[in-house]
Design a protein around this ligand. Structure first.
Ligand code: GLY
Length: 268
């Protein structure tokens, strides 16, 4: 049971965007991000995490992996522990290994899921939503049953129950369409709300047209929300959440969002 630990943190780990980020994976054939804009938006993102009370450590850019700025996909943090995952896109297979080198320095404990995975097992952090009471894990193009099974076994050691869900086929990551607002409240797209995966939670649905806003992150007293969705901002304000808007237009061009640009965790 995580309770408020699902959104109370004192540290974050990020990685600077590499110049190769312009070749980042994307579902469509949209334009490349503009590198200099990506850098400044990433800096503003880190500042917002600091303003929310986190110590932010930023790893050097890794040109070998265009998507490595999305540091949440190859790992999951529980308290001060980091669990190295096994990203599901071939061009990202090596990203967990690159994070391993930093494990001792930034985390209390490092657990490597990769040797525990059955052959072909894959799981992306973008498919894992930790709530106050469980880990909701969306099976997706990046996360399969073997990946789920291996992580669920590790999470038992943290007394966290993992629940598998189906990510709708047109959604890249489960968390592309949802985010945690507090231990018991989830903000999500209409599509996910209708799928019933959040039964028992309080659900606030993003207004139609605001689907990209669903990937928000709660960080201590703040909710970080993608800029450009004023109706979502008003709705969250109405529900008494303190919202900070961030322009992440360049990350969005390669299917990145707010959650995947940091690992947020709590060290004693
Ligand atoms: N570009 C983010 C991803 O596809 O993993």
């Amino acid at each position: 049971m995580l309770g408020v630990q699902a959104y109370q943190f004192n540290h974050a780990l990020t990685r600077s965007p590499a110049k190769s980020v312009i070749d980042g994976l994307r579902a469509g054939d949209g334009p490349n991000p503009v590198f200099s804009h990506f850098q400044s938006q990433h800096q503003a993102y880190q500042k917002a995490l600091e303003d929310a009370g986190l110590m932010v450590n930023c790893l050097a850019a890794d040109e070998d992996f265009p998507d490595s700025v999305f540091v949440e996909d190859p790992a999951l943090c529980i308290g001060g522990s980091v669990i190295l995952l096994s990203p599901g896109a071939p061009s990202r297979y090596g990203e967990a290994g690159r994070l391993a080198a930093h494990g001792q320095r930034y985390f209390d404990t490092l657990i490597d899921l990769r040797p525990r995975l059955a052959a072909g097992g894959r799981i992306d952090g973008g498919d894992i939503l930790l709530t106050g009471r469980e880990a909701l894990i969306g099976l997706s193009v990046r996360t399969n049953q073997a990946g789920f099974d291996a992580l669920a076994a590790v999470l038992q050691d943290f007394s966290i129950i993992a629940r598998p869900l189906e990510t709708p086929a047109d959604i890249l990551h489960f968390k592309s369409d949802c985010g945690l607002l507090d231990a018991e409240t989830i903000f999500c797209t209409e599509q996910l709300a209708k799928s019933d995966c959040f039964k028992g939670y309080r659900v606030i649905t993003a207004p139609a047209g605001d689907e990209p806003a669903a990937n928000l992150i709660r960080v201590n007293d703040w909710v970080l929300l993608a800029h450009g969705h004023p109706r979502s901002a008003e709705l969250l304000d109405y529900h008494d959440y303190q919202v900070k808007l961030l322009d992440i237009s360049e990350a969005a061009k390669i299917d990145g969002g707010l959650s995947c640009m940091s690992l947020r965790y709590h060290r004693q």
